[in-house]
Ligand binder design. Structure first.
Ligand SMILES: *[C@@H]1O[C@H](CO)[C@@H](O)[C@H](O)[C@H]1NC(C)=O
Ligand SMILES: *[C@@H]1O[C@H](CO)[C@@H](O)[C@H](O)[C@H]1NC(C)=O
Length: 427
């Protein structure tokens, strides 16, 4: 036995056998890979939960009367969301307009207001009489200018609008007649007044030139009813919207309403080129309502939570505009309601539709006060009751929302894959 092998044998008697060494290495690796990182995360969460640490990061909570959030009340996690300086929409509030009281006056604080309804003779003869008479009765209690434009025969429209699809021609007609007024409320012919104790100005927001609202049942920005100001921006917006007739996709595209989603996205967020392109691809793939809604979702996601673009557009949240669909509450209405959309019939109590009225309008009775308005008592409801009904509708609308349209656009379309490395070039 050499000296070397003897000393090796001696050493091995004092060292642990190889299997112990392996166990030791495995344990060390376990500590390094599994235990330590978890410990790090835990420590981080502990710090985030620490009330004092949180307040140090939110000194602004103590100004503007918002107060220090109580982190034990279960709502404290929302406190930073309400910080006024983080919410630019709250900084400059809408110019106040007094709510109409007991059919009183509607002072023309914002100038001349015109109500425009665009129709075609053919359908006007057989539809919408209830809606139009309710509007007429309302208008007799105000000083607004009424404008009924026949898109088939109107000379000024014929001269200025070469469109032959009525929905697009209507927006062109609005851009033409807008020049005669300060503000214009454009209404679908099936929009009527359910509660005349309101002034149109209550919904005029002088921070913007155009006001739209979202449809309650599907979150789409509605195209039929809008308020516009006579400015170059608004006239140009309407004109370009109308001119989409000539470049719209040929597939199931939602007509002027589908166009509106894209027109708003590209107008309000001109830097979102890749995003608009993604929505455009989805739009061109639509074959019916369900996958058309995938496109609507895309535009909504890309526009985000913003509802006000100063100097440009405001989009009222669902059921917060001057009009909502009557079906949401089966014609039940409260003090907050003004107009209902979707009254297509010529008379009440036909085709299973009762309407909120007990008899048809007799316009010669309209004018002062509530004269001429004959409501069913059961259609009147408190704001709290309407709120409950809208909440139920909201839940069911979400439940029946097309599955295909519940897709996140940045997951179904490339996000940066196609424009890399230039995606941020025009941002
Ligand atoms: C319409 O104008 C008249 C005359 O200026 C005024 O007395 C009345 O209050 C106005 N009506 C409304 C609803 O503002
Ligand atoms: C409408 O009201 C006027 C005034 O009250 C009345 O003279 C007229 O007979 C009414 N018309 C109808 C069709 O009820």
């Amino acid at each position: 036995m050499t000296t070397f092998s003897r000393s090796l044998k001696l050493a091995s008697r004092h060292l642990p056998p190889a299997k112990y060494l392996i166990s030791l290495v495995v344990f060390a690796l376990f500590v390094i890979i599994v235990v330590l990182p978890q410990r790090t995360t835990y420590t981080y969460n502990e710090a985030a939960m620490d009330k004092a640490a949180m307040l140090r990061h939110m000194p602004q909570m103590q100004i503007e009367g918002v107060g220090v959030p109580d982190l034990h009340d279960g709502h404290g996690h929302d406190a930073h969301v309400m910080a006024p300086e983080l919410n630019p929409e709250k900084r400059m509030l809408k110019q106040a307009y007094p709510k109409r009281v007991n059919m009183g006056s509607c002072p023309p604080l914002f100038g001349k207001v015109t109500v425009m309804v665009a129709v075609v003779t053919e359908s006007y003869k057989t539809h919408y009489r209830v809606a139009q008479e309710s509007l007429e009765c309302y208008l007799k209690s105000t000083n607004y200018t009424f404008l009924l434009v026949d898109l088939d025969t109107d000379q000024r429209v014929a001269q200025n609008c070469k469109h032959d699809q009525l929905l697009f021609k209507k927006h062109c007609a609005a851009s033409v007649y807008l020049e005669d007024t300060d503000w214009m409320l454009v209404l679908d012919a099936d929009t009527g007044v359910v509660n005349p104790n309101h002034c149109i100005e209550e919904w005029i927001d002088t921070r913007v030139d155009i006001m739209f609202y979202e449809r309650h049942f599907n979150w789409e920005i509605a195209s039929g009813n809008y308020i516009v100001k006579n400015t170059p921006f608004a006239r140009d917006f309407l004109r370009r919207w109308a001119d989409w007739q000539f470049i719209q996709p040929a597939n199931w595209n939602g007509a002027d309403n589908g166009v509106l989603q894209m027109h708003l996205l590209t107008t309000l967020n001109p830097g979102a080129i890749a995003e608009a392109k993604a929505c455009d691809i989805i739009w061109h793939q639509a074959t019916g309502y369900d996958n058309y809604m995938t496109f609507v979702t895309c535009c909504k996601v890309m526009l985000g939570a913003t509802h006000l673009w100063p100097g440009k557009v405001r989009i009222y949240r669902r059921s917060h505009g001057w009009v909502r669909d009557w079906v949401l509450t089966a014609d039940a209405w409260s003090d907050y309601d003004f107009m209902f959309h979707g009254w297509k019939l010529q008379s009440i109590e036909t085709e299973g539709w009762k309407s909120p009225f007990t008899k048809m309008f007799n316009i010669s009775e309209c004018g002062a006060g509530y004269s001429g308005w004959n409501w069913r008592s059961e259609s009147r409801a408190s704001v709290a009751e309407i709120k409950k009904q809208l909440a139920n509708f909201e839940k069911s609308a979400a439940g029946s929302f097309p599955k295909e349209a519940q897709a996140l656009p940045y997951l179904v379309q490339p996000d940066v894959a196609e424009c890399y490395p230039e995606c941020d070039a025009n941002t």
